[in-house]
Design a protein around this ligand. Structure first.
Ligand SMILES: [Fe+2]
Length: 116
């Protein structure tokens, strides 16, 4: 494990492990996706496509761990995930449903308007 700071507390070291693992899973998704698209043998194409989907699952597990454990993830994920609004408009509440419930969107919209 490579750290940019010495003597990290264990919690921060675990964050670094999870983030590095997420990076590795995402790289694997990209590799398998490229192989799935370019493989000429149909069975190999299926295998690497299956592997890509497994790596997506691994990445999702790490994102969920980060959401549960590292400050900053839960709020951002609730804002940006599972919305159909344009992503550049989600944070301001200009888009459609965001934050997992209408209540969250209302609170966010009020806060945004208070900043103006
Ligand atoms: Fe993996």
């Amino acid at each position: 494990m490579q750290y940019i700071e010495e003597k990290l507390e264990s919690k921060t070291a675990d964050y670094a492990r999870a983030l590095k693992s997420l990076q590795e899973e995402l790289e694997a998704v990209s590799y398998y996706q490229q192989r799935a698209v370019t493989a000429t043998d149909s069975e190999l194409k299926d295998i690497v496509g299956h592997n890509r989907d497994e790596e997506i699952e691994h990445a999702c597990m790490l994102i969920e761990w980060l959401r549960r454990n590292m400050e900053g993830w839960d709020e951002r994920l609730r804002t940006y995930l599972f919305t159909s609004a344009p992503l550049t408009e989600v944070e301001s509440g200009e888009g459609g449903k965001a934050g997992g419930s209408e209540g969250d969107l209302s609170i966010r919209a009020i806060r945004y308007s208070e900043l103006k």
